[in-house]
Ligand binder design. Structure first.
Ligand SMILES: [Zn+2]
Length: 508
């Protein structure tokens, strides 16, 4: 390899071609990364995206807003959203249908077994720590870092995010807080959360957020206390509609309503409980044999050492309204098996039934957490804005499909996820053909547990790399030719270099 493989005119032609390739590829890649295609009519085609306003997206969750609450009372603001945008009738959320797992699925596109927030109450045998949504344990980032929430990805790509009380949004995940966020405080009114978010969205361009998440505790709390079938829930649902009206008005006043994409959804639904439908574990197995980790209706049990079979066989046929699974037997379609935080035994109550140790505790009239194929567990879903079609009703989607959809709107590369943009592309006013990188693929990625797909395209990066390598190759050959002509041959030198730092880094 001492002589140039090309010579004379060929060498200069090669040089010219090689120098041209990388800039073309790099331009292609950066165009993919931040192309403004989320704004529908905003997209002016090649080369014009740089001066366009960035797409804006606000994701709002009304905790526990079951999809059919809209049929209970007049909900004029939800109706307006549907007319101005899209509605999805059936949204299958992720198992287990509880607040923390489902909210994290919405912003990661991952099933619970993949993002690691497998319940509201968890035990991690590797960390030897417990997590509870009721304690400060939620601020330990290690619980959250099996997934990457969209606000982190948005900021890594140069965007700015605002978060009002969304679960996990006041935790420093992967070293990053949202650009602006409100520390969780249930006593902060909905209106104050909205005003903060609008302030962040309406800031001058270089300071404005382009992605926001907003969380409100109702109608979940009332659903638990009153039961979803109570007529008193009608008042609560009407109040939520008014809150949505407040948000719409404030967005209009700030001049954001036509520019911003608004998604209104929830984590899960709610089902009615019955005082006579109680499963008391103390009747079947001694509580000395296990640790109770997560609560009804999907109860996680950690048997004491060596007592797994005893606990399992005691409960297996104990009650006809109780499903009992060893971890390895949890049905694959739940996507709820492949994580250390999923306990060796999982108990699942039939809809409407409650699992307790005994009847001494307080009793709720409504609950969620049940099988995610049950209609009562499904959330509401509506969206409007420049990225969305108008007056369009779609039959069904999975909640994990929302993540690639949001990435598409924000022109971000999605991380590996369980969703599919193809499943929801018909919601968009402009098809996803403008976002080559956002095509769903079945390519496996570095660490994709069970069915996680990647939506990356590496073509621009590979093209750029090839171009750079060609230029470097040419330069090496060129320099060698010049130096070999001008300098006398140097004696070969050989030196050994110790690398203690490398060894330390590897903890050898
Ligand atoms: Zn709840």
């Amino acid at each position: 390899m001492r002589s140039c493989l090309l010579s004379g005119a060929h060498c200069y032609l090669f040089c010219l071609w090689a120098l041209l390739v990388p800039p073309v590829c790099l331009q292609h890649a950066s165009h993919h990364r931040r192309k403004d295609h989320g704004g529908g009519g905003d997209d002016g085609g090649e080369g014009s995206g740089r001066d366009k306003p960035k797409p804006k997206l606000l994701l709002l969750s009304f905790d526990g807003f079951r999809w059919d609450y809209l049929n209970r009372v007049p909900t004029l603001n939800f109706d307006a959203l549907k007319q101005e945008g899209v509605k999805v009738e059936v949204v299958e959320n992720t198992y287990i249908t509880k607040t923390f797992p489902d909210h994290y699925s919405l912003v990661t596109g991952l099933h619970a077994e993949s993002h690691g927030i497998v319940a509201n109450e968890m035990f991690d045998p590797v960390l030897n720590r417990s997590f509870s949504m009721e304690t400060d344990s939620i601020y330990d980032p290690r619980w959250w870092e099996e997934g990457v929430p969209l606000w982190v990805t948005n900021q890594r790509a140069g965007g700015r995010s605002g978060a009002a009380m969304w679960p996990g949004s006041d935790v420093k995940i992967h070293g990053v807080y949202p650009t602006h966020y409100l520390p969780y405080n249930a006593s902060v009114p909905f209106e104050a959360r909205v005003e903060k978010l609008i302030q962040w969205f309406a800031a001058p361009d270089e300071e404005a957020v382009d992605f926001g998440v907003l969380y409100w505790e109702e109608p979940d709390e009332s659903g638990h206390n009153l039961g979803p079938e109570s007529s008193l829930m009608d008042v609560v649902i009407a109040d939520i509609d008014e809150k949505l009206g407040f948000l719409r008005n404030e967005l209009k006043k700030a001049g954001l309503y036509e520019r911003l994409n608004l998604i209104v959804t929830s984590d899960h639904g709610m089902t009615q409980l019955f005082p006579e439908k109680i499963i008391e574990l103390d009747q079947y197995v001694s509580r000395e044999l296990y640790t109770w980790v997560d609560k009804s209706p999907v109860v996680a049990l950690l048997p004491k050492e060596g007592r797994l079979e005893e606990v399992y066989s005691s409960l297996l046929d104990a009650n006809p309204h109780l499903n009992v699974y060893k971890k390895e037997d949890i049905p694959e379609y739940f996507h709820y098996r492949h994580n250390d935080r999923i306990m060796p035994i999982l108990l699942e109550a039939e809809e409407g039934w409650t699992i307790v140790q005994n009847r001494s505790g307080t009793f709720m009239l409504g609950n969620h957490g049940y099988n995610n194929t049950l209609p009562s567990m499904h959330p509401v879903f509506l969206a409007r804005g420049p990225a969305f079609r108008q007056d369009y009703v779609k039959h069904s989607m999975h909640s994990v499909d929302l993540y690639p959809l949001m990435c598409h709107i924000l022109a971000l590369r999605p991380l590996p996820n369980n969703g599919s943009l193809a499943n929801v592309q018909d919601l968009l006013s402009v098809g996803p053909s403008l976002a080559p990188f956002a095509r769903p693929t079945s390519a496996s990625t570095s660490n994709p547990p069970s069915g996680v797909t990647s939506s990356y395209s590496y073509a621009p990066a590979v093209g750029s790399l090839l171009g750079v390598l060609m230029v470097l190759g040419f330069l090496v050959v060129f320099v060698k030719r010049v130096t070999l002509k001008q300098l006398p041959a140097l004696p070969m030198q050989s030196r050994e270099m110790s690398q203690p730092l490398l060894q330390e880094d590897l903890h050898l």
